[in-house]
Design a protein around this ligand. Structure first.
Ligand code: BG6
Length: 509
């Protein structure tokens, strides 16, 4: 390989191996008293500090309506870290982190509170050396996004002049195409697009990034990754939990908006896209955008989509109530807690190959996987009675739990007859690597502080995903009642029938 423009490839390679450490900076969390903040964000900040990936003066500012002092906030973070951090608690790391912790009480209309936030940041710049670099994490219900962003502008907090200012936005990014476009407009009036980070935490998962490694760092898979060899693809995100205490968020949103619009369509994009020219944000976004733009919905949405709602049943040996009996849910609600959708991709690689996406709450067990199911061998020289039950070859990327990859293929059964049976070959992260994977939020928060936007969906991706989902949601609205399934099962029979009509069946992961 020849070096170009005087670049030294050896030095570049060495640089890439250096740990990625954030420069002087701080993080402001709006909605700091919420579940996400306690279970994911605060622990992720601590884990990054513990791994030495945050600058010494890193600062964490909480903003919420509670009348807390800095000490109360620090105690809250302490409890969250003790309960949910991935890495062991170390007093010296904590003592350093606590130096930069501040709390600003206020609601989103409160101009004085935003002025207080401004002076808190200026003070941190002086005492902690944060250099004016702050990320604002909007862990708040989406209806507040525009308000918070406008307040940041009004109070000069989004000015890029004294350092960088970034907006980190949690999903759901809108509830349909129109609302997402409106939101994008408001956000881009305040922050330049390269300073806006939309979180899809699935992209922060190691196994999701491994889709790209598997496909593009090997020669084995790519030659068969197309319509000539693949029969269909199944992308499953099954959860065993119900909606927990999230009735207010979930009812009216439903499974498809909650996770198909973002997580599952991102998994589809990574599985189906063409090889990007490089692993940089622009190149990745270009390929993902192309493939999302080529997604085609089925002609008959009635037959090739299913929406369902869980009824009472048993989960993990315990009785589970139905969705309509959950606290805070409208007893007449038609919200989907299960969704299955067939799509196709209109390009030369995938023409005619169905991609089946399904997700649901209160299903048999928690599992997220992508199964690439291959066509049967065109001819078998073996006795057909022994082999007719054979499944298809499949490559299964297990996103979680039991992270890894499984390949399924036929093998001869020991004995004198030529009998062939399906077997599996397994790669498990836990067995091949000694270090445990960082949590998705750890990876993504660090990327925000580094300004690395590879793993964040762009405006176009978010809007294209809504374009895919909107007609489905409209169709379901017209239909009214969702299909029912008992808690602890694998979803409504209608979803099984949908695949059976195509001569296929869902995998039982
Ligand atoms: C979130 C959804 O994005 O992902 C939740 O809003 C869901 O409804 C969660 O439970 C699942 O995340 P994970 O990482 O546990 O698969």
């Amino acid at each position: 390989m020849t070096a170009t423009h005087g670049a030294n490839p050896l030095r570049d390679a060495a640089d890439r191996r250096l740990p990625r450490i954030a420069g002087p900076s701080g993080l402001v969390i709006f909605g700091v008293t919420g579940d996400l903040s306690r279970k994911k964000l605060m622990p992720a900040v601590y884990d990054l500090a513990n791994r030495g990936l945050l600058p010494p003066g890193f600062s964490l500012v909480g903003y919420a309506r509670r009348e807390w002092q800095d000490e109360d906030f620090a105690q809250e973070v302490h409890d969250a870290v003790k309960a949910h951090a991935r890495t062991p608690f170390r007093e010296e790391v904590w003592q350093q982190l606590i130096q930069g912790m501040r709390f600003v009480p206020g609601d989103f209309d409160d101009d004085q509170a935003f002025e207080n936030l401004k002076s808190t940041i200026e003070d941190l710049d002086k005492v902690q050396g944060t250099g004016g670099n702050f990320a604002f994490y909007l862990s708040v219900p989406p209806k507040f996004f525009p308000k918070v962003v406008k307040q940041l502008k009004k109070h000069g907090l989004a000015d890029q002049k004294d350092g960088w200012r970034r907006a980190v936005i949690e999903k759901p990014f809108g509830h349909d195409l129109t609302s997402a476009q409106e939101l994008n407009k408001v956000v881009h009036e305040v922050f330049p697009s390269n300073e806006v980070f939309r979180i899809d935490h699935y992209l922060g998962k190691e196994t999701v990034q491994n889709i790209l490694a598997l496909r593009f760092a090997n020669t084995l898979f790519e030659p068969v990754w197309n319509r000539s060899y693949v029969d269909h693809v199944q992308i499953t995100m099954a959860e065993d939990i119900g909606i927990g205490g999230r009735a207010g968020y979930y009812d009216g949103i439903g499974a498809a908006r909650d996770v198909i619009q973002n997580h599952l369509l991102q998994l589809l994009a990574l599985t189906a896209m063409e090889e990007p020219a490089s692993f940089d944000a622009d190149a990745l976004a270009a390929e993902k955008t192309k493939v999302l733009g080529a997604v085609r919905l089925p002609h008959d949405l009635g037959k090739d989509t299913v929406f369902g709602q869980y009824t009472a049943g048993w989960q993990g040996g315990e009785k589970a109530v139905g969705y309509l009996e959950e606290d805070g849910i409208d007893p007449k609600s038609n919200t989907d807690t299960y969704a299955a959708v067939k799509v196709e991709i209109d390009n030369r690689r995938w023409a005619g190959v169905p991609f089946y996406l399904r997700t649901g709450k209160r299903l048999g067990r928690r599992v997220t996987e992508i199964a690439v199911v291959f066509q049967r061998a065109p001819h078998s020289p073996f006795d057909h009675t022994a082999t007719e039950e054979l499944g298809h070859n499949a490559l299964v990327i297990r996103v979680q739990p039991d992270e890894g990859v499984t390949m399924r293929f036929g093998s001869k059964v020991p004995g004198t007859a030529m009998e062939v049976r399906d077997v599996s070959m397994d790669f498990a992260y836990g067995e091949s690597f000694t270090e445990s994977s960082p949590e998705a939020y750890e990876r993504l928060l660090l990327d925000v502080l580094l300004g690395d936007s590879n793993l964040f969906p762009r405006t176009e991706e978010v809007e294209l995903s809504w374009k895919i989902l909107d007609p489905i949601e409209r169709h379901w609205d017209k239909r009214g009642k969702p299909a029912q399934y008992e808690s602890g099962t694998w979803g409504p029979v209608e979803a099984d029938e949908m695949l059976a009509r195509h001569g296929r069946s869902w995998r039982r992961p």
